[in-house]
Design a protein around this ligand. Structure first.
Ligand code: ITT
Ligand code: NA
Length: 200
């Protein structure tokens, strides 16, 4: 079966492709770029799960194929879960990773390490053209550094130090990060869902 992933991010596509292959699943995974005529859906949900489901349903309806979508972000304890679903545009412009990270550091100021807890969250949804839906979630807990360190990854990776790690996410290799990340966990949790709902 062909399966479509609602993203133009090549990294996400190869990550999910590897996870499906590791699980012995032979579905052909394609990105939304394979269907350039289909417009991106507005993320109007108030939770990661709602946004992931919105995107997956829209793409499944438009293509007639089973569709996977994810939504993710950083949730900071002392900010009551913000930036959350607004993580990609926390400083105003969508995808300005550096500005988002600098604003967040400024908002935390020199608050001490015991109050710098945070987690990355990811919801991954599978929707079928007939309206069947499932959503799973993954998290990565950690502490926010006072300054960015590391050059791997993207977004808030240079300031999140996972629990039990001495490095930030931006100092981990892609493999190391995938093994513990919110997205890795959510995508791996999708495997039994794909097995249950989709023919090979
Ligand atoms: P899509 O095109 O796939 O929808 P997006 O830009 O909306 O991608 P995500 O939902 O994956 O991005 O993530 C939203 C924001 O949350 C992202 O811009 C980062 O600021 C942050 N974020 C999510 N996952 C992250 C990770 O693994 N490391 C660092 N930051 C992350
Ligand atoms: Na998003």
């Amino acid at each position: 079966t062909r399966l479509i992933l609602a993203t133009r991010n090549a990294g996400k596509i190869s990550e999910l492709r590897a996870i499906l292959a590791d699980a012995g699943l032979s579905h052909e995974l394609v990105g939304a770029d394979a269907y350039p005529e289909i417009p991106d859906v507005k993320e109007t949900g108030v939770t990661f799960a709602e946004n992931a489901l919105l995107k997956a349903h829209a793409l499944a309806r438009a293509t007639g194929l089973p569709a996977v979508a994810d939504d993710s972000g950083l949730c900071v304890d002392v900010l009551n879960g913000a930036p959350g679903i607004f993580s990609a545009r926390w400083a105003g412009r969508h995808g300005d990773d550096r500005a988002n990270l600098e604003l967040l550091l400024a908002q935390l100021g020199d608050i001490d390490d015991t109050h710098r807890g945070a987690h990355f969250a990811c919801a991954a949804a599978l929707a079928l053209p007939d309206g069947t839906e499932r959503v799973v979630e993954g998290q990565l807990r950690g502490t926010l550094r006072h300054a960015p360190v590391g050059t791997n990854g993207f977004g808030y990776d240079p300031i999140l130090q996972p629990e039990g790690e001495s490095r930030t996410c931006a100092e981990l290799s892609a493999e190391e990060k995938n093994a513990i990340s919110h997205r890795g966990k959510a995508f791996r949790a999708l495997v039994p869902v794909v097995r249950e709902l989709l023919a090979k």
